[in-house]
Design a protein around this ligand. Sequence first.
Ligand code: NAP
Ligand code: G3P
Length: 482
Amino acid sequence: MFDNIFQGKIYKNLFNGEWVTSRNTIDIFSPVNNDLVGKIPSMSLSEVNVVIANSKISQKKWADMPVSSRASILHKCASLLDENIDFLSSIMQKEIAKDRHSCNAEIKRTADFIRFTADAGKQLEGETLGADNFPGFKKNKISFVTKVPVGVVLAISPFNYPINLSASKIAPALISGNSVVFKPSTQGAISALHLACIFHEAGVPPGVLNTITGKGSDIGDYLVTHKDINFINFTGSTKVGKHIAVIAGMVPMLMELGGKDAAIILSDADIDIAACDIVSGAFSYSGQRCTAVKRVLVIDDIADRLIEKLIKNIRLLKVGLPQDDCQITPLIDNKAADYVQELIDDAINLGATLLCGNKRCNNLIYPTLFDNVTAKMRIAWEEPFGPVLPIIRVKDIDEAINIANSSQYGLQSCVYTKNIDNAFNIASRLDVGTVQINNKPERGPDHFPFSGTKSSGMGTQGIKYSIDAMTRLKSTVLNINP
Ligand code: NAP
Ligand code: G3P
């Protein structure tokens, strides 16, 4: 099935139902061993322009297709994903150094996401409104409110979930009758092009899904300011997200950005459960998840017991290669590892207590845990996107909430306690998109609303919410003559 998408080591883009090359390419090296995984096209601005024009034309026919037919294509796509889990997983392991178990789970979850989206799309309904309940109006006016596609959706995805965070934009856009211009992250693009191939093989018509590869720094600004892009659905760093929001102008957008999710541990928490969740929450895929636990705020009287169990659980983590099911694998590149190291060094220099870790082998960083982190340290506030976890001791709930809310981010937070009143009080005071009670932060199940406050994003994802965002209400008013 995937034979058409590459020639030798050179991958191609999907354009109007054909696989095409560009004059220039970008080498994609594996973060695992620096081997060349493949070369992807580095598209020129004029090529980008031709693609968007094609997406614009193709959208009309797709929107006219019955939603049940669009849903059947998405169901086929989900089945093809399920059938190709092992192969796709092996590509992801090489390209983004994610462990085998997590790659497999991501692909399976994506197939389920696409199926659920196909069925949710069939529930797309409008409404009719009478006028006579508004002062001064009679019964002779009715508004027929329908949901229509926004047009051409630009989907931009990050490296860390090249299948899931791509499909979670593409599938809701497609079921709603939009066409999609899909720009995956450069590292991750080879996995993403395989996903595009699956949509194509499942029967998405020519031009309804087109892919664009090339560095965001070269073509990104052109893409997001293109006059024929009607919606931007972006996941990535806060820095790039804010930049897009500034330059894109009056285009609706969904933004999923960075996070600094806090785990708040009260004195009556079940420490065994909390410690186990915190370690998997902070360190799975080496902390390269927006919803990773990125700081622990623990009431002082329980901190020592928690720390003892955290260290025990960290010692159980396997460090090494993705294909060996290690949870701690090399970071996406050396630049990312350098940044994490900077945060570690800063914490040590400012007097944090190093409990374990601070060991590095190129881009592989061992799980690192700090106690006695203070507000002066960068690790208290910045998103490392790597395997380092700061513990901040607090005297009470108010101090925990105050520190949690002082972050520029507001993605998720979690609170561990057996006291349901405290849990709900804290949840209501935390300025984040989601609060988890007695569980680590996590996005799924993927039909739940997923959003961030402040620098963590805007708009709400989640199957029904993503469909709502990428459709608009259209009112046709019937005026009945007496
Ligand atoms: P990134 O560097 O911001 O890149 C994200 C995407 O934006 C890539 O496709 C990138 O392309 C593209 N891009 C770069 N410059 C652009 C521009 N000027 N215009 C348009 N697109 C541009 O993020 P990342 O390193 O891939 O991902 C890690 C970040 O994503 C973390 O901060 C993490 O918290 C966040 N994230 C958030 C969520 C969430 O749901 N809230 C989920 C996952 C990740 P290139 O690859 O070609 O540069
Ligand atoms: O960082 C990606 C985001 O979508 C998190 O998903 O399932 O790891 O919480 P999850």
